[in-house]
Design a protein around this ligand. Structure first.
Ligand SMILES: Nc1ncnc2c1ncn2[C@@H]1O[C@H](COP(=O)(O)OP(=O)(O)OP(=O)(O)O)[C@@H](O)[C@H]1O
Ligand SMILES: [Mg+2]
Length: 144
């Protein structure tokens, strides 16, 4: 990654209202780049899916800390979302479209697919019992 021009780090509890906080925060963070509306919507949606996963899966029936780090370069945003929750046993399988461990709660198993299609890259690292880190990058083709 090129040298960051700006960087932010925040942490918040895994409460459902903080999904909105994360969306607003990432929107505010990239606003200096004048992103297009569709880019902004894609980024917020991807962040929202990653944060929701921390809330509903990682810290299921508990409340824990979610950390979001973001960096901006000339034309790219890097976002890392990390939890110290239950972890994922098989990341490859978890990322398959329609795979969900909560089918009875009307989860559709599409969160990772959404993150993948709304960003340019996604990498997921997880260790059972220790937590999960999702890193996404997206190019911003700013308006003039
Ligand atoms: N942060 C996380 N910690 C633990 N498990 C996770 C985490 N993120 C995802 N998972 C696991 O990966 C599976 C797939 O996640 P994905 O977001 O694609 O679907 P979902 O959350 O089940 O459904 P949807 O996102 O469509 O509501 C989840 O069902 C869950 O088992
Ligand atoms: Mg999900």
């Amino acid at each position: 990654m090129k040298k960051p021009q700006n960087e932010m780090k925040m942490s918040f509890l895994s409460l459902s209202e903080n999904e909105r906080l994360a969306r607003v925060a990432i929107g505010g963070f990239v606003s200096s780049k004048n992103p297009r509306i569709d880019e902004l919507t894609d980024l917020k949606t991807a962040v929202s899916e990653a944060v929701t996963n921390c809330i509903v899966h990682a810290y299921r029936d508990t409340v824990g800390v979610i950390e979001m780090t973001a960096r901006l370069t000339d034309d790219c945003v890097y976002i890392k979302i990390r939890d110290r929750g239950c972890g994922i046993e098989d990341v490859k399988k978890a990322m398959e479209p329609l795979y969900t461990t909560l089918p009875d709660e009307e989860r559709s198993g599409l969160g990772f697919s959404v993150m993948e299609s709304f960003t340019d890259s996604i990498a997921v690292k997880s260790r059972l019992g220790y937590g999960t880190t999702v890193v996404m990058t997206k190019k911003l083709r700013s308006k003039i």
